[in-house]
Design a protein around this ligand. Structure first.
Ligand code: SAH
Length: 355
């Protein structure tokens, strides 16, 4: 933004003024920005825009989880989810419209891929959620303390925009989140993981889901391109050795697919020497999936085997189940509804014609 103002023969501090207006005060109308001269305000209105996201669906689950379907200016829709907990509030942010990775247990994959989100559309989800939540009578549990790039899309395949948006999340003049509280989750795009380590200090989560290549090839097809040996090597060197930071490995629990004690033991061997934490995710079912979530007992047995090896292991609490838990489902429902409505209108018209 400083570079932009330089091209306009304006001082660099204009960039800081705009950041504060937009992200801290929520003002997107240049005419209200009182510390900018009138001609600059005019110029900004002509040269730039603050595209906002429009809520299409807004659902709150019985556990307080809030899920929005947001419409972009081109009519595409994305999902953003807020998960309140006693000591923190996590916003789950999307990076792409759809996804091209085809993980077999993921609802977003069923939509295919449309396009990357712009920086404005990624940070716009934070902008939107902050405003929507603070409108709720200033309740303390309505604050965003963490952001996870775990919504729709593969963030590392939209590298530049995601990195810029995450910088804004951590920028003091915008949202001021600590680097440990912003997490990028990847299915394992290894070259981009190396790049990320060079330019950003955010926390890293890796969607592992299987401890051997044969099984991971089936669940997370990008494994065929970047197999486990390469992925684990990238994870080992991601954070500086003296930083004590760990990579979080996500492992979705699929009944009779990846949840046996033998695979838990294989996982322990795979993670040997990697600074790792493990997060077991109960599978969130969605229409037409053939997967089933592992039983609670199986999950706890799996957790036990891994944590006994010294790896910190948690089981993710399933949140927002009663509002279409799995990410990507709202978009699916919305498209179905639109299609049904179109079909209804078409049929109505043809009936009228026949009449
Ligand atoms: N593409 C990125 C981020 C989006 S998915 C990635 O793969 O990491 C965020 C997390 O949710 C991933 O760990 C993903 O594997 C997991 N996930 C996807 N579908 C799921 C489902 N139906 N139930 C539970 N977890 C799921």
């Amino acid at each position: 933004m400083e570079a932009f103002f330089a091209t306009q023969n304006e001082p660099a501090y204009r960039a800081r003024q705009i950041l504060q207006w937009v992200h801290q005060y929520g003002v997107t109308d240049f005419n209200v920005m009182s510390n900018l001269g009138k001609s600059l305000r005019q110029k900004l209105s002509e040269l730039t825009e603050c595209p906002l996201l429009t809520p299409i669906i807004d659902k709150t689950a019985s556990d307080g989880t809030r899920k929005w379907l947001l419409r972009l200016n081109d009519g595409n829709c994305i999902e953003t989810v807020f998960i309140p907990e006693t000591s923190r509030g996590t916003l789950c942010v999307s990076s792409q419209v759809g996804c091209m990775l085809n993980c077999t247990f993921c609802s977003t994959a069923t939509q295919g891929f449309s396009r990357n989100l712009s920086v404005a559309e990624i940070i716009g989800q934070v902008f939107f959620a902050v405003r929507a939540l603070s409108a709720e009578n200033g309740r303390h549990d309505r604050t965003i303390t963490n952001v996870v790039m775990m919504g729709m899309g593969e963030p590392l395949l939209n590298f530049d925009n995601v990195v810029s948006a995450m910088s804004l999340m951590m920028e003091d003049l915008a949202y001021g989140l600590a680097k440990r509280r912003v997490t990028l989750s990847t299915s394992g795009v290894v070259p981009e993981m190396h790049r990320l380590a060079q330019v950003s200090e955010v926390s890293l989560a890796v969607s592992l889901h299987a401890p051997n290549d044969e099984l991971r090839d089936q669940l997370v097809p990008i494994n065929k391109k970047y197999p486990l040996a390469e992925l684990m090597a990238a994870c080992k060197q991601h954070f500086p050795a003296d930083s004590k930071r760990k990579v979080t490995f996500e492992y979705v629990m699929l009944k009779d697919v990846n949840d046996s004690p033998a695979l838990a033991k294989q996982l322990v061997r795979l993670l040997e020497g990697v600074p790792a934490k493990l997060n077991l995710i109960p599978f969130n079912p969605f229409p037409k999936t053939h997967y089933v979530c592992s039983d609670e007992e199986t999950i706890l047995r799996f957790k036990d085997i891994v944590s006994r090896s010294g790896i910190q292991t948690t089981v993710r609490k399933t949140r927002g189940e009663d509002i279409d838990g799995a990410c990507g489902q709202l978009v699916g429902d919305f498209k179905d509804r639109t299609r049904r409505k179109e079909r209804f209108l078409r049929e109505k018209i043809s009936i009228q014609v026949e009449d």
